[in-house]
Design a protein around this ligand. Sequence first.
Ligand SMILES: Cc1ncc(COP(=O)(O)O)c(C=O)c1O
Length: 278
Amino acid sequence: MVSSGSGLATFGIASSPGIPKDTVATTLVAPLDDEDAVEFLFNEHGEDIAAVVIEPLPANNGLLVQRHEYLAKLRALCDKHGALLIFDEVISGFRFKDGSYGDMSGVTPDITALGKVIGGGLPVGAYGARTEIMESLSPLGPVYQAGTLSGNPLAMAAGIMTLDLLDEQAYDRLEELGQLLQDKVEPVLEKHGNPMRLVRRGSLFWFSPGSDAPPPRADMIPSNAGVLYSDVHRGLLDKGYMLAPSAYEIGFIATVHNEQHILGMVEALDQVLTALEV
Ligand SMILES: Cc1ncc(COP(=O)(O)O)c(C=O)c1O
């Protein structure tokens, strides 16, 4: 909240009021995709850095796919300076057959934060870590944590059922539908000369504004992103397809979707783009 996120980006706000100055003062912000910037911060403040927190597949401000080398460098810097590496997989967790995005990227964090999928639609968050770290939590260790809805039976039941349903077949199916979307959408965007590109990892997709290579950093997203997206969003909504209401938010394919949904949306997109041309 010091400097991040689709909500802030949508409204052109740099950081959120309500974050105490002292909290901001204990946070260093580095650009994504920039090993040198993080190394510089570690060289300057290495002794004081407790942890690096990152979405390894940043999906909260566009879908900003990071290079393996960048994530591996974060791991190496944390190891060198005795800091923890924390992956925020609240969005990306349980989206991939081979596990989390951390597993896919081959970089192992010390702590992983999860949400969304594990709640099966109900509000729940979770985190996991190396044994040594988890053992420092109450009741085994001194770090106290509790909450009214912690371990809420309804949310746990929904989450367990969701994870049970997400077997290999389900992930294969999501990948199949994702590939179908990609194969069908790209020619439509191209046909209309529309400067948006589909960025996709598994069932996560994003209409990246601009025809350049997908941006790895938020400041590389063209400033006209909202303008490009809003007419498309409105047009699709009129035709019964509700994409995320912000150019900086991503889309999700779910197990309830089928070929007709994907093909129908692509056809609707074709019609919307045609209408926008006249
Ligand atoms: C990447 C990411 N991390 C963390 C959060 C916060 O999760 P929660 O709403 O469970 O606190 C969000 C919120 O949607 C998110 O998108």
